[in-house]
Write a protein that binds this ligand. Structure first.
Ligand code: NAD
Ligand code: UGA
Length: 477
């Protein structure tokens, strides 16, 4: 069957489409792999000679692109031609939360899925397997099928195109995407057609053991993706809720997480407390689950999952309040250094980053921020903060109170506090004794990612507040 599939294309050259197709191209040299997007600027960046300019930062991605681009991996804007020559089309477009209309604020906006399906219906030639890679509400395959089938009817002839729709949600996490794609815990394929399922499975079998390829009905596959993200996010909210209790009682969240996680029924992963989960998916996917549950009249289910989001919001607000309280109840005109802006380490993605909310609240309280992130560019940080501050309080002038620091020294100089919001490895090697000398006294470090070794800093003149740590050091009595 694999021999029938010669060319595949992926609609959407984002954080999923780019890395996923780069891995497939590298592992399946017999396939021609095309990644196609409406956004010309993004495609130009994917084609840039300078691999540092790829639109997605992921460890290992540059090497894959270098090896395959122009050989069997192509980044294009020509949607018509790309679909026409493909035997299999992946849909990896964004599925954000709807901003207006029916279901606004909860339901997924399927406009990009619909336009992709319409493009496939219009441009496909012959038999085409359509693979949903985007995360979508359960039952979306029905929408895609309906669009594709109506186009077949339009043609009313024997040689009409024929389509099969599969669901194969992507489980990669940003920052570890290449490793996740190379060594997935499972590949999920849902569908009705055994032939089509096997055709997709044959691609993955080029590097993944068959027993890791799970074949299900299409609705189980769609719902499993939302459920997996909801369970992961729920663990983060659970541990974050306990972090607050640790601070009150003298317990240490890292010790609690270790003790709890050693129970094999609970497991040790995803129990790191922090400033709340960010990223483009957890919030939107849980909102989607909440919406679907309400749609089916399951209000208790909806309320249960909504609470995971409530705790996440609460954790971010709680951190801002702690910072303001520790700095004598006011941060107006004080300089605060912010280490990290990405929603997690090893990515340049800032979507739904907790740093956006926390920085916004600090700015609204009157602080001047100096921000440093190793991979997020200045324009992204400024855009995110301009938009977010404007949304919360349109009377605040943002221009002069954000600086993008070029080095730790610039960030620390004259600042009253430094807040660690992303767990970048580099931040673990900061020489705090040196940094401390540049700060205004009394100076505070707020470690919201549990990266500081507090024992090494006991003798310093820094006041340390570490998330979920009940024995924080304060030199101020
Ligand atoms: P993204 O925003 O990075 O990329 C989506 C791309 O699709 C954009 O470049 C956009 O221009 C393009 N696009 C939209 N409509 C198009 C159309 N009609 N024709 C051509 N291109 C079009 O999004 P992403 O982070 O890659 O996520 C894509 C999907 O995968 C989402 O449903 C998401 O929930 C899911 N997902 C994301 C991740 C992740 O880590 N980011 C992981 C697993 C699943
Ligand atoms: C997540 C899932 O892990 C992927 O399996 C899924 O494919 C993807 O969403 C998606 O559907 O988009 P991602 O959001 O890229 O991946 O990154 P995660 O590692 O899950 O982290 C999400 C957020 O939770 C980050 O802000 C991270 O800092 C936070 N987190 C994670 C914690 O605070 N503690 C943890 O223990 C783990």
């Amino acid at each position: 069957m694999n021999n029938d599939i010669k060319t595949i294309c992926c609609i959407g050259a984002g954080y999923v489409g780019g890395p996923t197709m780069a891995v497939i191209a590298d592992k399946c040299k017999h396939l021609k792999v095309i990644v196609v997007d409406l956004n010309k600027e993004k495609i130009d960046s994917w084609n840039d000679e300078d691999l540092k300019k790829l639109p997605v930062y992921e460890p290992g991605l540059k090497d894959l692109v270098k090896r395959c681009r122009g050989k069997n991996l192509f980044f294009k804007t020509d949607i018509k031609q790309s679909i026409a020559e493909s035997d299999m089309v992946f849909i990896s477009v964004n599925t954000p939360t709807k901003e207006s209309g029916l279901g606004a604020g909860e339901a997924s906006d399927l406009k990009y899925i619909e336009s992709s399906a319409r493009s496939i219906a219009k441009f496909a030639v012959g038999k085409t397997i359509v693979v949903e890679k985007s995360t979508i509400p359960v039952k979306t395959a029905e929408v895609i099928k309906t669009i594709l089938i109506s186009s077949q009817k339009d043609l009313r002839n024997e040689s009409a195109e024929s389509f099969t729709v599969l669901s194969s949600p992507e489980f990669l996490a940003e920052g570890t995407a290449i490793n996740d794609l190379l060594n997935p815990s499972r590949v999920l394929i849902g569908g009705d057609s055994e032939t089509a399922i096997n055709a997709l499975a044959d691609i993955y079998k080029n590097w993944i053991d068959e027993d890791k390829i799970l074949k299900t009905n299409i609705w189980s596959s769609e719902l499993s993706k939302l459920t997996a993200n909801a369970f992961l996010a729920q663990r983060v909210s659970s541990i974050n809720s306990i972090s607050a209790l640790c601070e009150e009682t003298g317990a240490d969240i890292s010790e609690v997480a270790k003790a709890v996680g050693m129970d094999y029924r609970i497991g040790k992963y995803f129990l790191k407390s922090g400033p709340g989960f960010g990223g483009s998916c957890f919030k939107k996917d849980i909102l989607n689950l909440v919406y679907i549950s309400k749609f089916y009249g399951l209000n208790e289910v909806a309320n249960y999952w909504n609470q995971v989001l409530e705790i996440n919001k609460w954790q971010q607000n709680r951190l801002t309040t702690i910072i303001v309280k520790k700095l004598f109840g006011t941060i107006a005109n004080k300089k605060i250094g912010v280490l990290g802006f990405a929603f997690k380490a090893n990515t340049n993605d800032t979507r739904e980053s907790p740093a956006i909310n926390i920085c916004t609240d600090l700015i609204i309280e009157g602080a001047n921020l100096s921000i440093l992130d190793p991979k997020v560019d200045k324009i992204s940080i400024l855009n995110d903060l301009y938009k977010s501050v404007l949304k919360k309080n349109n009377s605040i002038e943002v221009k002069n109170n954000i600086e993008i620091a070029a080095c730790y020294e610039q960030l620390a100089s004259g600042s009253d506090a430094i807040v660690i919001l992303t767990e970048w490895e580099d931040f673990k090697n900061i020489e705090w004794q040196k940094i401390s000398k540049l700060m205004r006294k009394p100076s505070w470090i707020f470690d919201c990612r549990e990266i500081l070794d507090i024992n090494q800093l006991r003798e310093s003149d820094l006041n340390i507040w570490k998330l979920g740590f009940g024995s924080n050091i304060s030199n101020i009595t």
